[in-house]
Design a protein around this ligand. Structure first.
Ligand code: 5RP
Length: 289
């Protein structure tokens, strides 16, 4: 898949994409504009039961350095490199680069992640962010994940035509992998994007079946895996649903098999503890993209 690339890039990508060509990335970067998001108020504790089951973590540099042990082995880091805004703004697309490639190398990142907001007020600026990050990263053979982001105004843009446009542009600018959302006709988004695609989970879905169907259908349509967050760590049994998603991504499990895994692994010991009061506003904030 990445055979044409340099040794350094392939080595870093091997920390994200497994030898089976598939990828299970746990996204916990939401705090970079949402703050202490519901379910991720205390990242170090939240990820502890999840780390054994993932290939890589997508996170901000500050959460890596405060909440993940530098002695941890066997997991790749995809570091958020764009940001500079918060949920208090009218929209979240006014981003710049918050991490240089040099700093990403110091943190032993496997890749940098940069969001593009195609069709938003700051489209041009965010596309240049991606392009600048790719130029910087190429000096170090550092891969870049292009994130096709949505915000308050683009919230309903999770459809084939839009996602194919945004994903293709990210690939054209040189992203090595693109993260986008699942949609009806997703195979067309994959077919029109000449680099591997991973899917986000998006805001919390109603049921575990919904999460597993999204994963299964995305893989069937050609995604190489997931970059999933809220549907794992906002669920009642994060380690259980994570292992079911893993079985679909890496072991070819069906949705029904995944549901059996969730049922087997869900118990009081694996239940997520609600540490703080969660208001309606907290839920609304964590669903804006
Ligand atoms: C946050 C992101 C997320 O990493 C991405 O959306 C995946 O998380 P989720 O599955 O919760 O949508 O880009 O800014």
């Amino acid at each position: 898949m990445f055979d044409f690339m340099s040794w350094g890039k392939r080595n870093r990508l091997a920390q994200i994409v497994q030898p089976d060509g598939k990828c299970l990335m746990l996204a916990i970067d939401h705090g970079y504009f949402m703050g202490p998001t519901h379910g991720m108020e205390q990242p170090a504790q939240a990820i502890l039961p999840l780390l054994p089951h993932i290939d890589s973590l997508m996170l901000s540099p500050g959460i890596l350095s405060t909440s993940v042990s530098p002695l941890l082995r066997g997991i790749g880091w995809v570091l958020r490199a764009s940001g500079g805004n918060s949920v208090l703004e009218e929209d979240i697309d006014n981003e710049g680069l918050i991490l240089s490639a040099e700093e990403a190398v110091r943190l032993n990142a496997s890749a940098m992640a940069v969001s593009v907001y195609v069709g938003a007020d700051h489209q041009h600026q965010t596309l240049l962010n991606l392009s600048n990050a790719i130029t910087q990263a190429s000096r170090f053979d550092m891969p870049v994940l292009g994130v096709t982001a949505v915000g308050k105004k683009l919230k309903d843009k999770k459809e084939k035509r839009y996602l194919a446009l945004a994903s293709r542009i990210a690939a054209e600018l040189g992203a090595d992998i693109v993260k986008t959302y699942y949609c009806e006709g997703f195979e067309e988004v994959v077919a029109k994007t000449p680099v591997p695609i991973v899917v986000a989970g998006g805001p919390k879905l109603e049921t575990y079946r919904d999460v597993l169907e999204l994963t299964y259908n995305a893989l069937q349509a050609g995604a190489i895996g997931v970059d999933m967050g809220r549907n794992i760590w906002q669920s009642s049994h994060p380690a259980a649903i994570l292992q079911a998603v893993r079985a679909i991504v890496h072991d070819g499990a069906t949705v029904e098999m995944g549901l059996e895994i969730v049922a087997d692994l869900s118990n009081e010991a694996t239940r997520r503890k609600e540490l703080f009061e969660v208001t309606r506003e907290d839920m609304a904030v964590s669903a804006i993209h």
